[in-house]
Design a protein around this ligand. Structure first.
Ligand code: AMP
Length: 437
């Protein structure tokens, strides 16, 4: 099946070729003809399935086939709106749409918070056909009257489940009230809680339903491994794995922002260039870290779940869960960052004694059973010997908490290492860092 056979025009097919896509993904084969027909759509699609092109290509085609109704002041209106939960996802979606629209005369614009509103306001002075936005910043523009939503013909709610999780429902409802009633609505979600079903019911008019891959299935292009390890040895194990295998682009998930900062700092000291991204970082820092990571300058990106939501790096080879997520669904989202659109991916999770319940929940959700692998030198101690912060003899700090100097930290780790028979691997992290330099 080709893109042209799905009904897409020459300009779009040319752009798709230039993106290097050779054939449509399942969500694209299903969504494109339906969206081209003009009806509403409810789509269950997990991350990495190619859903952006699934709604973006037919959207662009429909917009380029019809003429816009000018605003009362004679200006060209914004005709399509894509709402996303995170800044990174907004940026990613707009970047894709811009590439797909390259040979059309349609213009796209992204707007999100955390950066100055002025350039966005200035950009809105030009003809903009498609806006991709996070809900809060869009409402800022509405209140400043820099955007008029009264001519919106198409609305996409992307990752709607995550938008509701993040508390955007009131913003979404305010935005809906500003748009004309007659429009095409597309709702994409990875999961379908009652809240999502309610939103879909209120928003969509006789929608077509499509669903690709069962929602909690993990892509079979992802090789998943679980390592049993003590909590205080996880950092050393990550450094070891990255260095030993010479992985060059690794996304690591932590549960907390503080944990992300600390781990990034420690890996950096181990000689593995690393940065953290999370909600407390400025937008500038987030964008910088992401672009360096994409370029391959930054070897390790440490992220929290929400910050990582919008990360799309094609063919990201490795994802590591430093800690298992509290919510099993997040495991699927996290590892969905690798093995995207058919490429082979590799997901590793580090599991300590106190995470056994989370592991069980992941097994139940994904209908898999996973065996814990143990690496020589990183054997976990017996469960009862695992008080969270029991310091090794030479530890002057508080376990993982407030150690300051590199030396002290290294001592800690090596002190802890003595528990396991590591004999010939004393300074692994540092060594690997140098190897790879
Ligand atoms: P998405 O699920 O929309 O975030 O897309 C995931 C990744 O797959 C993005 O990097 C897209 O550029 C890529 N992609 C989308 N459609 C295709 C396709 N038909 N063939 C190859 N890659 C694709």
């Amino acid at each position: 099946m080709s893109f042209a056979a799905l009904g897409l025009n020459d300009q779009l097919v040319q752009a798709i070729n230039e993106c290097g896509y050779t054939e449509p993904t399942p969500i694209q084969s299903q969504a494109i003809p339906l969206v081209l027909k003009g009806g509403d759509l409810l789509a269950g699609a997990q991350t990495g399935t190619g859903k952006t092109a699934g709604f973006g290509l037919p959207m662009l085609q429909r917009l380029s086939e019809t003429k816009a109704q000018p605003l009362a002041n004679g200006r060209a209106p914004v005709r399509a709106l894509v709402l996303t939960p995170t800044r990174e996802l907004a940026a990613q979606v707009e970047e894709n749409l811009r590439a797909y629209a390259k040979h059309t005369n349609l213009n796209t614009l992204v707007m999100f918070g955390g950066v100055s509103i002025n350039p966005q306001m200035k950009a809105l002075g030009r003809k903009i056909d498609v806006v991709v936005a996070t809900p809060g910043r869009l409402l800022d523009h509405v209140s400043q009257r820099s955007i008029d939503l009264s001519r919106i013909e198409m609305l996409v709610l992307d990752e709607a489940d995550r938008m509701l999780d993040m508390g955007f429902i009131r913003d979404i409802r305010r935005i809906l009230a500003l748009m004309p009633k007659k429009r095409q609505n597309l709702l994409f979600s990875a999961t379908f809680s009652n809240e999502i079903k309610q939103l879909a019911e209120d928003l969509l008019h006789e929608p077509e339903h499509i669903e690709v891959a069962s929602r909690n299935a993990t892509a079979d292009t992802i090789d998943q491994a679980f390592y049993g390890v003590d909590k205080n040895r996880k950092r050393a194990l990550i450094s070891y794995l990255i260095g030993h295998h010479n992985w060059r682009q690794v996304l690591v998930f932590t549960r907390t922002k503080h944990g992300a900062n600390r781990l990034a700092m420690q890996l950096d000291k181990d000689g593995l260039p690393a940065m953290a991204i999370h909600g407390d970082k400025s937008q500038g820092a987030r964008t910088r870290a992401l672009s360096q990571f994409k370029d391959g300058q930054l070897r390790v990106l440490v992220a929290t779940d929400i910050a990582a939501r919008g990360i799309d790096i094609s063919e990201l080879p490795h994802v590591i869960n430093f800690e298992l997520p509290h919510v099993a669904e997040d495991y699927v989202h996290r590892i969905g960052r690798t093995g995207r659109a058919g490429s082979q991916g590799h997901a590793i999770s580090l599991v300590c004694h106190e995470e056994k319940l989370q592991l069980k929940a992941i097994e139940r959700l994904t209908k898999n059973s996973f065996e814990l692998q143990i690496l020589p030198g990183f054997e976990p101690g017996p469960e009862e010997a695992q008080p969270a912060t029991k310091p090794p003899a030479n530890n002057r700090g508080r376990g993982n908490g407030g150690g300051r100097g590199n030396g002290g930290r290294g001592q800690n780790q090596r002190g802890a290492n003595n528990k396991a028979p590591r004999s010939n691997k004393p300074n692994q992290p540092q060594r690997h860092g140098r190897h790879d330099g």
